[in-house]
Design a protein around this ligand. Structure first.
Ligand SMILES: Cc1ncc(COP(=O)(O)O)c(C=O)c1O
Length: 647
């Protein structure tokens, strides 16, 4: 991942005149949120009113969700955002086609794998009806889902992914029923399987070929495209496929060319280059006798997670209009030049459709102390030389000499450790050396925070002084991409934005895994090591919102430490406020046990056996045994996350 120049933006640092606007800028809320989110004058994060409804205050919503018996963590899905994203994305294609006088049509298909949950697919089909929203599937299971869910006869089903005979026959049966269902050949051998099955079922298949473009995407998923990509046919295989289809008099079945250069394509140039190559192949294939009617440009439309509008991995250097315009223009120019009719353009946008509408709300359970409050300890009279030296370095710090001071302090600390290991330094003196070292570092940190540039060798200081905020969630269940590919998500406190966040934090989840931390955060020009947060107030909840988590996270999440699915609430705005349309209870301990083949009955039977043994040893009374059984039984019904309501 390319790193941008480390330059600091100065914020209003004076505690007394810190404003909500300072927080909005600090957290980049207006930049990454596509204008959806902001904060009110009390410092609460709100969702701006959608579709004529009212603003939604997240704190109030969370309070109400809690009153309904749902503890945090809770995933909030905002239906209005989903509906608007469908309108914006499909509208961008539709409007650009009208503007360019494009003669073909636009058909979106939603790639089920991006978030397969029933309510999301139902919402997408309902709200995408005006654009004839179809579905893309990549496996037999997804195919069955797509077939069952299709309602609009003008919508398409695109069958991607590796296929066996069962997959192909199921799709062809749907074709027999009149579905517009395309079987896209991902590897060469699938073509003969499709032709054989179609012959046996006496059905004319709609065949697509996935092209292996030489052009690669740009971003974390760029290996999905290019010569070495896992899927698709090389140009020689495309030519061979055409001759097979001609020989079998089935060339009229070849209707579609498809490509996908990867998800989260950050650079518009990658898209326009891929489109140029695809447009050329499209017209060449047409000239070879395949009267193609559809071009499928795959997914890849990126989400600007950090709001920087750059080609950085968490961003995108283009907007929706530019994306649609590049695609339509490239196809149109290629077709017009070779007098090929404009095809229907299919896009398989997933991430950009669903990412924005989900927010994970987590509560901070506690914080761990950092070196922030370390003070200079009393120094004994006959202390060791190294302690005296360290104290001199501290006294000699004048601000400007921060780099020299830092190097000296590091060297002395190293020497101290060496002397300690050789038993030339007592444990007490070692502790004094360490404490003075941290005081020096903190003073240096306070000084360099005011500078415009931080020298490379001092970059880690901020991280060393970070306070760890322990949050009630599992990174592996709710943000797997942060763990797996270091994907960044905007994270902000949902309240107190009228206060200056005086702590620098890293976040730790509640799994017993040292990887369960978030120590990389979005920034305008770089990746931040720490997140500015507020100190916890006694007896008061502190809630964080993790935004733009609607794509991939829910379904890729796993059961590490047996933390299961979180509660989910579906919210929409109305003139009178917001409405909780649906709520889906998160997994209980019994549910996650079932994944690993432990039934409630089996666990209870085993526990009863342990109780009998304890009774026999007289370790517990009969009364205890009844209570223990009840607690175990009740425990199986509880949410897998921490219950922050009990001390
Ligand atoms: C074939 C195919 N189509 C569509 C998508 C969805 O891509 P995105 O979520 O970036 O829009 C993917 C995901 O990588 C894919 O593999």
């Amino acid at each position: 991942m390319q790193k941008r120049a480390r330059m600091k933006k100065k914020h209003n640092d004076k505690l007394d005149n810190w404003t909500v606007q300072d927080s909005i800028e600090l957290y980049g809320i207006e930049r990454w949120g596509e204008g959806l989110f902001t904060a009110d004058k009390n410092g609460d994060v709100i969702l701006r009113n959608q579709n004529g409804g009212q603003d939604i205050n997240f704190q109030e919503l969370v309070k109400e969700v809690r009153m309904r018996g749902f503890d945090l963590p809770v995933l909030i899905r905002i239906t209005d955002i989903l509906r608007n994203r469908i309108k914006q994305i499909c509208g961008a294609f539709q409007n650009t086609m009208d503007e360019y006088k494009y003669k073909g049509e636009y058909r979106p298909v939603y790639p089920i794998k991006v978030n397969q949950h029933r309510h999301i697919i139902e919402d997408i089909i309902t709200h995408g009806k005006e654009f004839h929203m179809g579905l893309e599937c990549g496996s037999k299971a997804e195919l069955l889902l797509a077939i069952a869910m299709r309602q609009d006869p003008d919508s398409l089903i695109i069958c991607n992914g590796f296929k066996d005979m069962d997959y192909i026959e199921i799709a062809l049966n749907a074709r027999l029923m009149g579905y517009n269902i395309f079987l896209v050949v991902e590897k060469f051998s699938e073509l003969n399987m499709i032709l054989k099955a179609a012959k046996a079922l006496k059905v004319e298949p709609l065949i697509g070929l996935r092209m292996k473009l030489a052009t690669r995407g740009k971003g974390m998923w760029e290996s999905s495209g290019g010569e070495k990509s896992k899927f698709g046919l090389r140009v020689n295989e495309i030519i061979e496929a055409i001759s097979i289809l001609k020989r079998q008099k089935k060339i009229s079945c070849l209707k579609l060319l498809h490509f996908h250069i990867g998800s989260q394509v950050t650079d518009i140039h990658s898209i326009s280059n891929a489109m140029k190559e695809a447009g050329t192949i499209f017209t060449e294939v047409y000239k070879l006798g395949a009267k193609l009617t559809h071009v499928d440009v795959g997914g890849g439309l990126a989400v600007d997670y950090d709001g920087s509008a750059t080609n950085f991995a968490s961003s995108a250097n283009y907007n929706l209009k530019e994306y649609a315009a590049n695609i339509i223009d490239a196809i149109m120019s290629a077709c017009d030049a070779y007098e090929v009719p404009h095809p229907t353009i299919i896009s398989e946008t997933g991430r950009a459709l669903v990412a924005h509408h989900s927010v994970l709300v987590v509560d901070v359970i506690s914080t761990t102390e950092s070196h922030e409050n370390t003070t200079v300890p009393p120094i004994p009279k006959n202390t060791s030389e190294i302690v005296t030296h360290m104290k001199e370095v501290l006294d000699g710090f004048k601000g400007k000499n921060f780099q020299e001071t830092y190097h000296e302090a590091i060297e002395l600390r190293r020497e101290g450790l060496m002397l300690f290991n050789l038993r030339h330094l007592s444990l007490k003196d070692r502790a004094i050396v360490e404490e003075i070292f941290w005081v020096i570092c903190r003073r240096i940190l306070n000084y360099i925070r005011e500078l415009d540039y931080i020298p490379d060798d001092l970059e880690d200081l901020e991280h060393l002084f970070a306070t760890t905020y322990i949050c009630n969630f599992s990174l592996f269940q709710s943000l797997p991409d942060h763990w797996a590919v270091k994907q960044l998500f905007p994270i902000i406190p949902l309240h107190r934005l009228n206060e200056k966040p005086s702590r620098r934090a890293v976040l730790a989840d509640i799994t017993c895994d040292s990887d369960g931390v978030i120590d990389r955060f979005i920034d305008l020009r770089d990746v931040k090591d720490t997140l500015p947060l507020h100190p916890l107030n006694k007896g008061e909840a502190y809630c964080l919102g993790i935004f733009l988590v609607g794509a991939y996270q829910e379904i890729l999440g796993d059961l590490h430490n047996l933390f299961g699915d979180t509660h989910v609430v579906h919210v929409s705005s109305s003139k009178d406020g917001y409405v909780i349309d649906k709520s889906v209870e998160g997994e209980r301990i019994e549910d996650v046990m079932e994944y690993i083949q432990f039934t409630r009955g089996d666990l209870m039977a085993r526990f009863r056996q342990r109780i009998e043994e304890a009774l026999k040893r007289k370790a517990i009374s009969l009364q205890d045994s009844a209570m223990l059984q009840r607690r175990f039984d009740d425990g199986l019904d509880t949410y897998t996350y921490l219950n922050a309501n009990r001390e």
